[in-house]
Design a protein. Structure first.
Length: 69
């Protein structure tokens, strides 16, 4: 064994919205890690997750947080 592990990371992109608008500056974080990003001026984000079982935690002040697999 070479000791190397296969990298199963996945690039995830999306848009955070409310009922009426996109959310600028929302935090999108891989649950249980320090990996996170902030949505841009269009509410968009791109984040790399370890694998397909990862959970994203989305939060913004004044809104209920949401977790998405």
């Amino acid at each position: 064994s070479s000791g190397l592990q296969q990298n199963n990371s996945i690039k995830v992109t999306g848009v955070v919205t409310s009922e009426v608008a996109t959310i600028i500056g929302a935090t999108v974080q891989v649950k249980g890690t320090s990996t996170g990003v902030i949505t841009d001026i269009d509410g968009r984000y791109t984040i790399t997750v370890p694998d397909g079982n990862s959970i994203l935690s989305v939060s913004f002040i004044g809104y209920q947080s949401q977790e998405i697999r």
